[in-house]
Design a protein around this ligand. Structure first.
Ligand code: F6R
Length: 589
């Protein structure tokens, strides 16, 4: 689970000695070393990799957290919002706290309740007092053959193996042991024991949840010879988008379709009504491209919002609004809250999502899965291009349904989309050349990225990739036409500016923006279409990409942007798969 948090880690194991705990600050490898030196054994335990919310990374703040008597241990993902009040009460009741975390209150709360109730009941009563989000697991020396778990707003699954069961926050963690997984839902309370998996409501009423068989292979969740997951996932993009297209696009027959539920959802839409795309981070950049596609090609009215803004700005929604939530993990807290808000106000929700069975996939009215396979690197790559591919399919479907597209254009786009996996393979062939350009700029500390129209979001995404995995660098993406309204004042000799200039309806405008940068002695790394000989004289360094339809150009341009960021970060010795301060799925606010 290291990609979900890696500032500290710990385990607690129950055995004949009681509870044994090992914790270390830093990567999981530090904890592994400690356990090598001081082994622990047992058949039941809990472990956790932390992304700090309350209290800095330290051994004391690392999970598991124990009660005053060290008889029970808790691991927790999420935030307990009323922890301060609970802590005050527990302190007054004589409990001693060791950490600054919100999680520790849960351990003491259960300890307190276990004085009056059996552990199962104490656990449930404690959950009822918690406000906020949690996926949590508990072991107790008083119930040495049981593992307790519960979720509310944070992902938790149960892997059902042969004579064993496991809790985890995400599927890759259990793939080595089992492919049978139960996706827990909010307010589920679970007990794992030799008797099996027992799921109940908070009130103790039994619930049946059938296991799902996971199709992801273990190899898909491993590095497969690449030095980093990010590089592996960049290279997986032709296959990932081919999966997004499979069974949905038939260019020969001129056909786009989805599963029955999604088709029915799309066929019911009133195409005069507003579509609102919400997402966070890279998925938000995909949404921006989606806006251009849906407006230009399908002629639909579209709004785009960051989920974290959307949920608090009091959006005007009604039964005819359709929300399209874009998310790789399907667990991002802000996006989940956004769709819940929208549903409360009667809006319909379509999710574009990668993780089957995730919270957003379950709560949406229909889901368009991207089928990109597990994405482990913190920096999103194949999830992004497969989201764009899904948006392209959606655009074509709705354009046809609304009869808003001339037949010739429809067929041209369909064929361009069907060719995309091959086009991306060709884009990957420039890797060596991109590495050379990246090495030239490895020492630069500020970058601008510029693009217009479909490639304005590409500029944002290119800059995000670089600053995300190379924390030494400041990078900003701008709409190229905005430069002259402020950002251009920073340009000086040698300042690297990555410009997206593939053949497009705004090509000449972008050339003018390059001229403006060069007039101020900035240096342009230009990403242009293959065969564009004229652009050479404007570029300090040229990276070429295969030609495609303008609306698909961000999918192709993503490849050199990702590789450029990767090789700049690599040359700087950055921890590419686990950049500081980040975590893969942001399941807290
Ligand atoms: C950037 C990145 C993040 C995610 C964002 C949304 O490379 O990975 O910005 O895109 O946290 O995550 P999902 O798509 O899981 O909702």
């Amino acid at each position: 689970m290291e990609y979900r948090g890696y500032d500290s880690a710990g385990v607690a194991i129950l055995n004949s000695k009681g509870l044994e705990v090992r914790k270390r600050v830093g990567k999981l490898s530090a904890l592994i070393e400690t356990i090598r030196q001081r082994p622990i054994h047992g058949q039941i335990g809990v472990g956790h990799t932390r992304w700090a919310t309350h209290g800095q990374p330290s051994e004391i703040n690392a999970h598991p957290h124990t009660d005053c008597t060290d008889r029970l241990a808790i691991v927790h993902s999420g935030i307990i919002e009323n922890y301060a009040l609970l802590k005050e009460r527990l302190l007054a009741g004589g409990h001693t706290f060791r950490s600054q975390t919100d999680t520790e209150v849960i351990a003491h709360l259960i300890e307190e309740l276990a004085r009056s109730y059996p552990m199962r009941e104490a656990f449930r009563r404690a959950l009822k007092e918690l406000r906020g989000s949690y996926a949590l697991c508990l072991i107790s020396a008083d119930e040495p053959t049981r593992l307790f778990g519960a979720r509310n707003g944070s992902p938790l699954i149960v892997g059902v193996g042969k004579r064993e069961a496991l809790f985890a926050s995400d599927v890759p963690a259990v793939l080595e042991r089992t492919r049978r997984v139960v996706y827990l839902q909010d307010h589920d309370v679970v007990e794992l024991s030799a008797d099996g998996v027992r799921i109940t409501t908070m009130e103790g009423k039994a619930i049946r949840r059938a296991p799902t068989r996971i199709s992801w292979s273990l190899a898909a969740a491993r590095k497969g010879g690449y030095p980093h997951y990010m590089l592996k996932e960049i290279h997986e993009q032709p296959a990932a988008i081919a999966h997004t297209l499979t069974n949905r696009l038939d260019a020969a027959k001129g056909h786009v379709t989805f599963d029955r539920r999604t088709n029915a959802f799309l066929d019911r839409l009133d195409l005069r009504e507003q579509l609102v795309l919400i997402a966070c981070g890279t998925a938000y950049h995909a949404a921006l491209v989606g806006e251009y596609m849906l407006e230009e090609v399908a002629r639909l009215p579209v709004d785009v919002d960051l989920a974290s803004e959307f949920r608090y700005r009091g959006p005007l929604l009604n039964r005819s609004t359709t929300i399209i939530a874009i998310t790789q993990s399907g667990e991002t807290a802000d996006t989940l809250a956004g769709i819940r808000l929208a549903k409360e106000q009667g809006a319909k929700v379509l999710a574009i999502c990668n993780v089957v069975g995730s919270s957003i996939a379950r709560e949406a009215d229909a889901v368009l899965y991207t089928h990109a396979g597990p994405e482990i690197a913190v920096a999103s790559t194949k999830a992004y291009t497969s989201q764009l591919t899904a948006l392209a399919l959606l655009t074509l479907y709705l354009a046809k349904r609304g009869r808003r597209i001339p037949a010739a254009q429809w067929h041209r786009l369909l064929e361009g989309l069907a060719r995309l996996p091959k086009t991306l393979e060709r884009a990957l062939a420039s890797e060596a050349a991109i590495k050379v350009v990246a090495s030239k700029y490895a020492a630069a500390r500020n970058f601008y990225y510029l693009g217009r129209r479909y490639n304005y979001p590409s500029a944002l995404e290119g800059a995000l990739k670089l600053k995300e995995i190379c924390p030494l660098i400041h990078a900003e993406g701008y709409a190229a036409g905005e430069m002259k309204h402020g950002p251009i004042s920073l340009i000086r000799k040698g300042w690297p500016v990555v410009v997206l200039a593939p053949q497009s309806s705004v090509y000449e405008k972008v050339i003018s923006n390059i001229e403006e940068v060069r007039a101020r002695s900035g240096e342009c790394v230009v990403i242009a279409s293959e065969g564009d000989a004229a652009i050479k004289r404007y570029a300090d360094h040229l990276i070429t990409i295969p030609k495609t339809e303008e609306c698909f150009s961000p999918i192709v341009a993503a490849v050199p942007l990702q590789l450029f960021a990767y090789y700049v970060a690599d040359a700087n010795g950055c921890d590419i798969d686990q950049p500081p301060n980040l975590a893969k799925s942001v399941t807290v606010e």
